[in-house]
Design a protein around this ligand. Sequence first.
Ligand SMILES: O=C(O)CCC(=O)C(=O)O
Ligand SMILES: [Fe+2]
Length: 270
Amino acid sequence: MEIPRLSATSTDDELRDALDAAGCCLIEHAVAAEVMDAIAAEMAPFTDSTPFGNTDFTGAGTRRTGMVIERSPTFREHLARHSTILTAGDHVMSHAPVWVLSFAHYFELFPGEPNQMLHRDTWKYGAPPLPFEVDVNALWAVSDFTETNGATRLVPGSHLWDDERRPGPSEDVGAFAPKGSVLFYTGKVFHGGGESSGDGVRLAINTQHSVGWLSQTEQMLLEYPPAIAADWDDDLIRFIGYQRLGPALGHWRNAEDPFIAIEEYRAQQS
Ligand SMILES: O=C(O)CCC(=O)C(=O)O
Ligand SMILES: [Fe+2]
């Protein structure tokens, strides 16, 4: 199976259908290349001090820089709540009362990096597999994703596999895409970073989105306390976790809505 390819003018139904059928989808030119250049420029001052990966999985040729939501105003404005993210999340996690942004990191994959092990992102939970999807993730092409610079490999359709099945040697396909594109894949889709044989640094932002009743991949409220987050759009602030996370989840103080922490901080500042 191929990765379904859509464009910026494709419909929400086409995105939903692609995610149902393949568990993944590439949307070419979802944002302008200039948006990605601005993000790369905003992240550049922070990357030199980021350590390279120290496991086969995280990759000795890959740097993953965090705090993207604070460090990149352009990410906040153009990517974090992009309409395709909202469509994909609402669709894949339609069973959940709430879903949130769980992770946003800036990935630099350098020449010489080998293939990452094909995996399902749900393995991060270390929990028994669930019969339904609990997350949908995205890789934003901050540079082109090419055959030689480490474009992600995916196994379209593998979201429907049983838990024991593993990809065969030729079941994965490359997500080649121009800068500005976004690749979606559900938590159950087998995928992994590709091998880079030396064609510049592949730049990407990985965002992960999960149901409110699971731990976020990042400790978002610790990273972005009210003193940092209060300046942002209310929708984004709720999206990182300042909200009730289920019918009786996510309490703050006397079972209050955590967004009140933002409102109180704003009141103190004014
Ligand atoms: O860098 C990539 O293309 C994929 C990375 C990935 O899947 C992961 O780290 O979970
Ligand atoms: Fe992954």
